[in-house]
Write a protein that binds this ligand. Structure first.
Ligand code: COA
Ligand code: AMP
Length: 631
């Protein structure tokens, strides 16, 4: 079947199509039901199937005689460490880690929170949870204590797994103070914290709560795979929404496994034994899907890289890894290549490495700007494949389906909807839009396997945030259009989510922090264009009446507050003191206008604005600080 035939069959009879795909997996009880509706009215996949995701990722390959094939390569330029695990070795390490968790009372359905750097034990722990039927919740190591505490309270983990430190280029970041602060702030008390002591930093353990990872592991016995229902949760992964409170996206086991296997073949064109490298972090969805589950379920070799695209030690780092391990497909965020390009504009470092294994470059996580696309295409001479997806979907909504049929790429476009995602562009009233008309990108229900089943602890938020706006459609939160050939162009978020260096962040979250500054009466945080990171946040604050303060002092204090409460990854570095904010007559802050003003985009002054003269004041403030075209 070609792409169109495949796509059509997913729309015509999704249950039959996906049941067919599911047959390729080694289920304990193969599903006979494709689609059904759960008690909350959500469409669920393979409800009568029974499986174990870690079994599919590891044991299956060992049983099939591929135990000596390399499953995981760990490369850490920040420590100089390298390691390689065969499928058998990884399976054994995971089984032992499962045994350790089981000894701590972790069983099916229990949550285990991971706050870990990019080390093999992070991957092992995720799979160890899956082996027990426990639900992992990985929190990106760059998040600060407050963010960690919010997630601890929401998912209520029985056990927390962490390490003594992360390493940012040449800086050791001790995790224990962050974890301790988070546990102090959280209402929920995990029973145990198991801490992996890294050679770079020894964490003080607080007995009896904290346990030493190596000691626990030494006393553990391997655990077997626990059968779970396809609809049982595999993991919770928090992502930013429009409010300050992150959403716990819940992914099930069965649909996810099918989606991972299908996507590795159709989107990434990967076969067993080939080397796939997603240069992301296990704390993000890309890491979950394409560092851990996708490559392993497909019998590939995956690369776990603890470093940056630049400075570890230089802008040739990615090319070294590709050459050293024979990477066939490299997946990274555009911002990583903007960083490389800035330091090595002629890609001369790429020429120093043997990149003959590299067949494809996959880009996602943020918009692939045409200059970065052109630079990559020109200097690497390989297909540069943009694809668009979200934490919620777990795999690509739009891509170039090269495993089925390769299409010519168009700069700025993620190419075509992936079979299973019936993409429609709707106007604000839900009416369908034609070619080149910009609107809300939506997916007609049912969503294919692998997409979110609910929001943890908050099903109403799932309904309100994704399903209520256009009944019968999933609202992606992104805006864009399709051209006359159906190519999809994603223009950016239609809500208050921003994307900083491929990291999805909520301006609402940052606004809560800025508003908590004692001198601030009201504030707004917007995302503005940035040449390296795609977007960076900018705060505008109005002081309380009678409050006197220098802008530089306010800025320094607010920047520190955001670093301490959200994390350095937010990159909030500019705070502008303004006299007032542009608002509608009903008091709503005109965020979109502010963003357009900062980015130098044209806009019409809305008739609902309370006082248009405030825009001139803000324009002046932006010019004063070198923001926007008036600078
Ligand atoms: N733990 C602790 N701190 C972290 C962190 C982590 N895991 N990740 C980032 N940070 C900190 C950084 O140290 C930096 O702190 P600083 O302000 O004190 O210097 C800050 O957060 C910003 O980090 P980053 O955006 O990584 O800045 P950078 O200058 O170190 O690197 C890039 C810039 C573009 C090279 C980098 O952002 C990058 O590689 N981006 C790709 C991101 C990516 O792969 N995203 C996944 C989506 S698929
Ligand atoms: P996350 O949930 O962190 O993966 O972020 C998802 C968001 O990142 C999407 O909703 C988009 O706004 C943005 N995004 C991801 N990939 C792309 C892409 N290829 N093009 C444009 N935006 C993207």
């Amino acid at each position: 079947m070609n792409y169109q035939q495949t796509f059509d069959s997913t729309v015509r009879d999704p249950a039959a199509f996906w049941l067919d795909q599911a047959r390729g997996l080694d289920w304990f009880v193969p599903p006979r039901t494709g689609l059904s509706t759960d008690a909350q009215g959500v469409s669920r996949w393979f409800a009568d199937g029974v499986l174990n995701t870690a079994h599919l990722a590891l044991d299956v390959h060992v049983t099939a005689g591929n135990g000596e094939r390399t499953a995981l390569i760990y490369d850490s330029p920040v420590t100089g460490a390298r390691a390689s695990y065969s499928y058998r070795a990884l399976r054994d390490a995971v089984a032992l880690c499962s045994g350790m968790l089981r000894d701590l009372g972790v069983g099916k359905g229990d949550r285990v929170l991971l706050y870990m750097p990019m080390i093999p034990e992070a991957v092992i722990a995720m799979l160890a949870c899956a082996r027990l039927g426990a639900v992992h919740c990985v929190v990106f190591g760059g998040f600060a204590a407050h963010e960690l505490a919010v997630r601890i309270d929401d998912c209520a983990p029985k056990v927390v797994l962490s390490a003594s430190c992360g390493i940012e280029v040449d800086r050791v970041i001790p995790y224990q103070p962050i974890l301790s602060q988070a546990l102090k702030a959280a209402r929920h008390r995990p029973e145990r914290c198991v801490i992996l002591q890294r050679p770079q930093c020894a964490a003080p353990l607080h007995h009896p709560r904290d346990l030493d990872w190596h000691e626990q592991l030494a006393a553990a016995r391997p655990a077997d795979c626990v059968p779970v229902a396809a609809t049982d949760p595999l993991y919770i992964l928090y992502t930013s929404g429009t409010t300050g409170k992150p959403k716990g996206i819940v992914r099930d086991n069965g649909g996810h496994a099918v989606a991972m296997g299908y996507s590795m073949a159709t989107i990434y064109n990967m076969a067993p034994g080939e080397v796939f490298w997603a240069a992301s972090d296990v704390g993000w969805v890309v890491g979950h899907s394409y560092i851990v589950y996708g490559p392993l379920i497909s019998g590939c070799t995956t690369v776990l890289y603890e470093g940056k695209p630049v400075r570890t030690p230089d802008a040739g780092a990615f090319w070294r890894v590709v050459a050293e391990y024979g990477v066939k497909a490299l997946f990274a965020a555009p911002t990583a290549f903007r960083a490389i390009r800035k330091e090595d504009p002629e890609a001369s470092l790429a020429a120093r490495h043997d990149l003959s294994s590299l067949q494809y470059l996959f880009l996602a996580g943020e918009r692939l700007d045409p200059p970065t696309y052109q630079w990559l295409a020109a200097h690497l001479g390989r297909p540069v494949l943009d694809h668009w997806w979200q934490t919620e979907t777990g795999w690509a909504i739009a891509a170039n389906p090269i495993g089925i049929e390769a299409f010519a790429t168009r700069p700025g476009s993620a190419t075509l909807p992936v079979p299973g995602f019936d993409v429609h562009i709707l106007d604000d009233n839900g009416a369908p839009l034609g070619p080149h008309q910009k609107g809300n990108i939506c997916v007609k229900l049912p969503l294919p396997p692998g997409c979110l089943a609910t929001v943890w602890n908050n099903h109403p938020r799932y309904e309100a945030g994704y399903m209520a706006r256009f009944p019968g459609y999933y609202l992606t939160g992104d805006g864009g259009y399709r051209d006359e050939d159906g190519y999809l162009f994603v223009m950016g978020r239609t809500d208050d989510v921003i994307n900083v260096a491929g990291h999805r962040l909520s301006t609402g979250e940052m606004e809560e922090v800025v508003a908590a500054h004692p001198a601030v009466a009201e504030c707004v945080v917007i995302g503005i264009a940035d040449g390296l990171r795609g977007q960076v946040p900018l705060a505008l604050a109005v002081l309380k009446d009678g409050m006197v303060m220098e802008e530089t002092a306010l800025e320094a204090e607010v920047v520190l507050m955001v670093r301490e409460q959200v994390g350095a990854l937010a990159c909030l570095r500019q705070v502008l003191m303004v006299r007032r904010l542009p608002k509608t007559r009903s008091g709503k802050i005109l965020r979109a206008i502010l963003r357009k003003l900062a980015d130098g985009e044209g806009f019409e002054v809305p008739s609902t604005i309370d006082d248009p003269t405030v825009l001139d004041e803000i324009r002046g403030d932006f010019a004063r600080r070198g923001i926007g075209p008036g600078a």
